[in-house]
Design a protein around this ligand. Structure first.
Ligand code: C2E
Ligand code: MG
Ligand code: MG
Length: 588
């Protein structure tokens, strides 16, 4: 049998000193006294009382015993019962089973808690009976505290001491699970708070002042929430609040109100009064999602909406309206890409000579076949392109593509059979682009005569800037390019335009044609427009013709041209080319 020191031992002396035992035994105890680990030797007497028969210096210090404490003594008398439980239980077990054991435990002396690691070794007599148990005690308090410290750093923001994103996410997950367990009615909310113009504070007062501001910001925010809620710093100037359970959205709104109120007070930064505000985005399990990541993302999205809506406010995420905004945002990015990558296509709708039924020309209409969404209507993407300015490059592309198509026809069927193509130009293009030069460049590039391209613009486009547009249209007409006034009858329809503006063609809108009945008011108005146009030398095209009755009425009214599904929907370049070659599906 050997002890922890490798010495052959029989029972260690019970005196704790060198009370006249054999040298060998006394030496072993003396060495054990000086070890930098605790050594405790116990025996179990009748009645299952554990007796400490040897306690070295280190162990005495751990247990808070004085040097002259009486040994042997009952283990119970050495320290308080609660700490004793773990150790006593383990000693008892080793004593009974004869098997070694290792375990971790802790002991509290006063306010100090020590984290200990112990190994128990049974000592057996010649018959294999355990008569003593040696217990080593290592103090791991420093390591444990360092570990705890590390753990704290892993889950907390070093500057403000608040939970970081990782901990926030964990707590959010717990809160959502808890809330789902609680059932209906209750909700969890996430608030993302971003400081407006924080960059300015940093730049004006320096980064350390910025840091101090963030620390004070954290305590301001803490004062606005309930003790059950969590405040976290997610990044730079962004904080998050987890409202772990609310029954009424009013509770969340109250927190948001308190935050804005607190922010309205000036902050003293090195003697300077600094006023700032925050933009807050809120997402709740009721109006957003029950996935923690989605909640954070949606709250973030709402916060950005708050910023763009003018800052210093709170936006609450509403699934439907924000989804619309988000899909609009995606569409915008994708439209930009579609133009850059040439993913758009021109379709051509024939314009027919009402007298002869012959092909008179085409209107080019842009088509966008989106890889996931399929066909996206120009009614949807043209306004978006106008809003975002993408219309300028889209418009340039359309003119170029139309010119390329007409040039191909010219080369294939010759000038006699080639018909002109109308290209739509939006008012925004007129405002932002030099349309006349753009058209001129395209004609030159494709070596085309001006009369084979026509430009369509709406009345509302003219209204936006009559002088500039009038000048531009005059320049366009000098190229031999005719100008059509599109959607006539839907806007202001001022008859003034018909003689004041440099236009050649009037296109009567489909909505007007739809109402047409023999002798009714639209019929009489059209009759008058027809006469006026003829007198002024303008061509008139009726749009949206779907049935023969309307076509006959327009013929009677001496209208020259028509366009509509009756003849053909807008078709791809290949089919349009077939029409140019003389294969007209409507005259078969
Ligand atoms: P718009 O210039 O008035 O073009 C006529 C629209 O009426 C086309 O719709 C055409 O398909 C549709 N249409 C023609 N005949 C009929 C008919 O008989 N019945 C019905 N129900 N509809 C008919 P689309 O192609 O959807 O284009 C819508 C609008 O988008 C166009 O109205 C035009 O303002 C705009 N657009 C299309 N392509 C471009 C473009 O390249 N640039 C610009 N700025 N606008 C474009
Ligand atoms: Mg048009
Ligand atoms: Mg039109």
């Amino acid at each position: 049998m050997s002890d922890t020191l490798g010495n052959k031992v029989s029972p260690i002396a019970t005196s704790g000193g060198n009370g006249g035992q054999s040298n060998r035994i006394v030496n072993a105890a003396a060495v054990a006294e000086r070890l930098p680990v605790g050594v405790l030797v116990c025996t179990v007497s009748t009645g299952n009382v554990i007796e400490a028969v040897f306690i070295n210096n280190f162990a005495r210090e751990v247990f808070g015993l004085t040097a002259n404490a009486q040994i042997p003594c009952a283990l119970d008398s050495v320290w308080s019962a609660s700490d004793n439980h773990v150790l006593a239980g383990q000693i008892m077990e080793v004593y009974r089973s004869g098997r070694e054991a290792s375990f971790e435990w802790s002991i509290r002396t006063g306010v100090i808690e020590r984290f200990l690691s112990s190994h128990l070794l049974p000592l057996e007599d010649h018959e294999g009976r355990v008569y003593q148990v040696i217990c080593t005690i290592e103090d791991q308090t420093a390591e444990k505290l360092a570990e705890r410290n590390l753990l704290h750093h892993a889950f907390h923001d070093a500057l403000t001491g608040q939970p970081n994103r990782v901990l926030f996410r964990n707590k959010l997950e717990e809160a959502v699970t808890e809330c789902q367990r609680a059932g209906q009615g209750a909700g969890v909310a996430v608030l993302i708070i971003n400081i407006d113009r924080f960059q300015q504070i940093n730049e004006s007062f320096g980064h350390s002042a910025g840091d101090r501001f963030l620390i004070s910001m954290a305590s301001t925010l803490r004062r606005c929430i309930r003790s059950s809620d969590t405040l976290a710093r997610l990044s730079g100037d962004e904080f998050a609040i987890l409202v772990s359970r609310f029954n009424d959205l009013e509770e969340v709104e109250m927190i948001s109100r308190r935050i804005h109120e607190a922010m309205s007070l000036p902050y003293d930064l090195d003697g300077n009064e600094v006023f700032t505000s925050v933009s807050v985005g809120v997402a709740t399990t009721i109006s957003s999602s029950t996935h923690p990541e989605d909640l954070i993302r949606d709250a973030d999205f709402a916060m950005h909406r708050a910023k763009t809506a003018g800052k210093a406010r709170t936006e609450i995420y509403q699934r439907d309206s924000h989804q619309r905004a988000r899909s609009q945002f995606h569409l915008e990015t994708e439209l930009r890409r579609a133009v850059e990558r040439n993913e758009l296509d021109l379709h051509y709708q024939p314009i027919i000579d009402l007298g002869s039924g012959e092909l008179h020309g085409f209107e080019a209409l842009t088509r966008w076949i989106h890889k996931d969404r399929g066909f996206v209507s120009p009614v949807e993407f043209i306004p978006l392109a106008e809003e975002t300015g993408v219309i300028v490059s889209l418009g340039r592309w359309a003119v170029d593509a139309a010119c390329a198509q007409v040039k191909a026809w010219l080369e294939e069927v010759g000038p006699e059979k080639t018909v002109p193509v109308n290209v739509n130009v939006s008012g925004i293009q007129f405002a932002r682009d030099d349309i006349a030069s753009m058209v001129e460049d395209a004609l030159r590039k494709h070596d085309l005569p001006g009369h084979l391209i026509r430009v369509e613009l709406t009345e509302s486009a003219i209204m936006a800037n009559p002088t500039r547009i009038s000048e531009m249209l005059s320049r366009i007409r000098k190229l031999g390019v005719k100008v059509a006034l599109d959607d006539f009858g839907t806007g202001y329809s001022s008859l003034n335009y018909l003689h004041q503006f440099p236009i050649d063609i009037i296109k009567i809108d489909r909505s007007f044609i739809n109402q047409l009945e023999e002798g009714n008011a639209p019929f009489k108005i059209l009759e008058m427009i027809g006469m006026l146009a003829t007198n002024l030398g303008h061509e008139v095209v009726a749009e949206g013709l779907e049935d023969m009755a309307h076509i006959n009425m327009l013929r009677d009214l001496k209208f020259h041209f028509g366009q509509g599904y009756y003849w053909s929907k807008p078709v791809a370049g290949g089919e349009a080319s077939d029409m140019v070659r003389g294969n007209l599906p409507w005259s078969e």
